[in-house]
Write a protein that binds this ligand. Sequence first.
Ligand SMILES: [Fe+2]
Ligand SMILES: [Fe+2]
Length: 180
Amino acid sequence: MPDTTNLTTVATLRERARRDIAQGAVTSNYGCDKEKVIELLNAALATELVCTLRYRRHYYTARGLASNSVAAEFLEHANEELEHVDQLAARISELGGNPNFSPIGLAERSHAEYIEADTLEDMIRENLVAERIAIESYREVVQFLGNGDSTTRRLLENILATEEEHAEDLVSLTKGLGAR
Ligand SMILES: [Fe+2]
Ligand SMILES: [Fe+2]
């Protein structure tokens, strides 16, 4: 039999859940600084918003350069960054915070930059730089969260895996362009 002496009794769990009902998904054993987590998630949200805008801009301009395969990749990434936006906003709300969608100051809140770029090569490079920034900051936040908020950590680990795939896709596109 596993040792259950350190587990909170059912009665206490129920009592706390009733008392703290306004806290929603955040319970007393939430192991992080919640305000700090919301702040970090809002920075990630701004980053994803800027990334979805940049990829979408590049989708239309790359199409103009008659490169449909590169454009298609940009569109796919744009849509996946938008999914990340939704996932982050949902988690911020679950934690009782306000997802910040304001366009005012968005570029400054974002870790990644909005750079338009004129050529396919420059677009791919700018997107790769942005992905690497996102990867590094997600890794840091994952470490910060540790076991204190495993739900947010899992979410960010999943997003991180997608950003790594995006970076790989961009590297492949660079090789494809070199082979033209
Ligand atoms: Fe993303
Ligand atoms: Fe990405």
